[in-house]
Design a protein around this ligand. Structure first.
Ligand SMILES: C[S@@+](CC[C@H](N)C(=O)[O-])C[C@H]1O[C@@H](n2cnc3c(N)ncnc32)[C@H](O)[C@@H]1O
Length: 317
């Protein structure tokens, strides 16, 4: 069978199974099975698949039809222009999480402008923590944009940390990011190279895409997500927003004055999460919508003082 016919058959199988993105899905599986790139696929459509390639391709299609996520079959997902390894131990990076990186970079630049420090494009001197790093996608994207920043990537899952470290190594960020097993920031301080006995590290930026789905939403969740992605990465509690209270409380203690918290929100989390940013501890609250118009990122600065809060909800602070 040639590449063109294999692709047509694959698209038809995925379409019949009512899977989204059938063309892209079949294309990615065919590229994975043959080890070719897209340019090759479309410039050599008459090339024949070997027996082994054909067997692998149709086996992958069968698994996809059974509901296994495409990214678990190819082992890859793009994020921030880089290709990340993904396994069932980590959340598959989602495009909307790129807003967390964008808001972080925008707010760091704005902070420098406000303080008349001059823009610090390299991130020199900045200490950043990514809580619940999963595949490492946010930490690695920030390391790519802020090459001189010191970055801590923490996760409570040792299996996720292994994937994140492999991604950092493969993408050329080995040694740039400190990976730590920790429940939120609890162990960051005692073990981190930043900490001294007297002063646990204070951060300039704390980012997180926390687990935010409610366990009560489990029955309505897409089977592909519910049955294949790690529970630890998905559920934030019965309602979903429970995780944020401790995340915000720890961030308030671990940020410098003027330091920034930037957190991804679940599709319905904003009403429960916004009031947790107590106006005595936080200032310049901002909410950023994703491309679908859903409030997706909440961000705030740690107050310099314990009074005169400036709360400014709306798009981007
Ligand atoms: C929604 S996933 C986000 C993964 C990745 N940052 C991303 O955006 O694709 C949440 C991550 O938080 C981790 N996690 C869950 N509870 C945690 C806790 N108490 N402390 C640290 N990490 C936790 C999970 O293991 C998971 O990797």
């Amino acid at each position: 069978m040639n590449l063109r016919n294999a692709l047509k058959l694959g698209i038809a199988q995925l379409r019949d199974a009512h899977l989204p993105s059938d063309t892209l899905g079949a294309e990615l599986l065919l590229l994975h099975a043959t080890g070719r790139n897209r340019a090759w696929l479309y410039s050599h459509p008459e090339d024949l698949l070997s027996e082994a390639e054909s067997q692998l391709y149709f086996a992958l299609l069968e698994k996809r039809v059974s509901g296994i996520p495409l990214q678990h079959l190819t082992g890859r997902q793009e994020f921030w222009g880089m290709e990340f390894e993904v396994t069932p131990d980590v959340l598959i990076p989602r495009p909307e999480t790129e807003h967390v990186v964008e808001v972080s970079l925008d707010r760091l630049a704005l902070r420098d402008l406000r303080s008349k420090r001059g823009q610090n494009m390299s991130g020199a001197g900045l200490h950043i923590a990514d809580i619940g790093t999963g595949s490492g996608c946010i930490a690695i994207a920030l390391a790519n944009e802020l090459p001189a920043a010191t970055i801590y990537a923490v996760d409570v899952s040792p299996a996720a940390l292994c994937v994140a470290e492999r991604n950092a190594t493969r993408l050329g960020f080995l040694g740039r990011i400190h990976f730590l097993e920790s429940n939120l920031l609890q162990s960051v301080g005692s073990r981190s190279p930043l900490a001294t006995h007297h002063s646990p590290p204070l951060f300039d930026l704390i980012v997180s895409n926390p687990p935010y789905i409610g366990r009560r939403e489990m029955p309505e969740l897409q089977a592909e997500v519910r049955d294949h992605e790690p529970e630890l990465a998905l559920y934030g509690g019965e309602e979903g927003y429970e995780f944020y209270a401790e995340l915000i409380a720890q961030s308030a203690m671990r940020l410098k004055a003027g330091g920034l918290a930037v957190f991804e929100l679940g599709h319905n989390s904003l009403p429960a999460v916004q009031p947790l940013f107590d106006c005595h501890a936080w200032t310049n609250l901002g909410v950023t919508n994703d491309l679908a118009g859903i409030p997706r990122v909440i961000s705030a600065a740690k107050s310099d003082t314990n009074n005169s809060p400036v709360v400014r909800p709306g798009n981007q602070a």
